[in-house]
Write a protein that binds this ligand. Sequence first.
Ligand code: LIP
Length: 277
Amino acid sequence: MTDMTQAAVLADAATLERYAYARHIIRQAGEIALGMFQRRTELVIEEKGLQDMVSIADRMVEDFLRAQIAERFPADAVVGEERGGGAADARCVWVIDPIDGTACFVNGMLAWCVSIGVLVDGQPAIGAVYDPNADELFHACLGQGAHVLSRQGQTRLRVNDVASLQGGVLGVGFSHRVGTGTFLPFLLDVLEEGGMFIRNGSGALMIAYVAAGRLIGYFEPHINSWDCLAGIVLVNEAGGRCNDFLAENGLEKGNPILVGGPRLYPQLAALALPRCA
Ligand code: LIP
């Protein structure tokens, strides 16, 4: 897979309009989700697959986002975790995860977020990840840089450009959509190199942390587009590198995801990507 790190490309007016709107609706969606999180004991939880849950909160938040997008940009396409969808031939495709980290959400843990990514002309152009518990809005747009807006104000995001796995903590993700044959040997290699890893259950949030320099990279052998598209924009705009997640219809089928700072990325890619082939 080739690298998805993009040369700085300036966003056009249509992209900037969607960027502002994404930052607006993601906060509203986060408030709805937070309200349901506080009443989570009343939620009916369904199992979509092994360790893969969904609740009415996921569906209601996605329906809210879809309604807001349709009202403002009726010609845009939407791909969402709970209601599906496809790019069709729309210039702009919204790729949304209403609650990323559902297992944490339904079990009363704080590692969950709302994630909105937007493809423009097939390119990851807008990313917004909102953590309502921490009140942190990570956002980025092509050529505009990546930022986090919090109670302390807004700061620019830069990846942690360490050269060694020993220089920080690596984020990882795993789901039973794939076997353990790729994941466990990778973890062993990381530990043997003196590295350390964390899995918090929300790929979107951990990839945002890579963009923020809190984690030195993130790897998951298979992740869905709605979990990571926003994070890809965040990492690209924060000076990081990313594998070609969208190759071979990654938008609809998912793919491995690998992100990291420019100096560490080649070492991570050598450890992770050959096992995904
Ligand atoms: C989650 C992802 C995470 C993955 C989990 C799950 P969800 O998304 O963010 O990276 O490891 O298995 O897929 O289902 O909570 O939206």
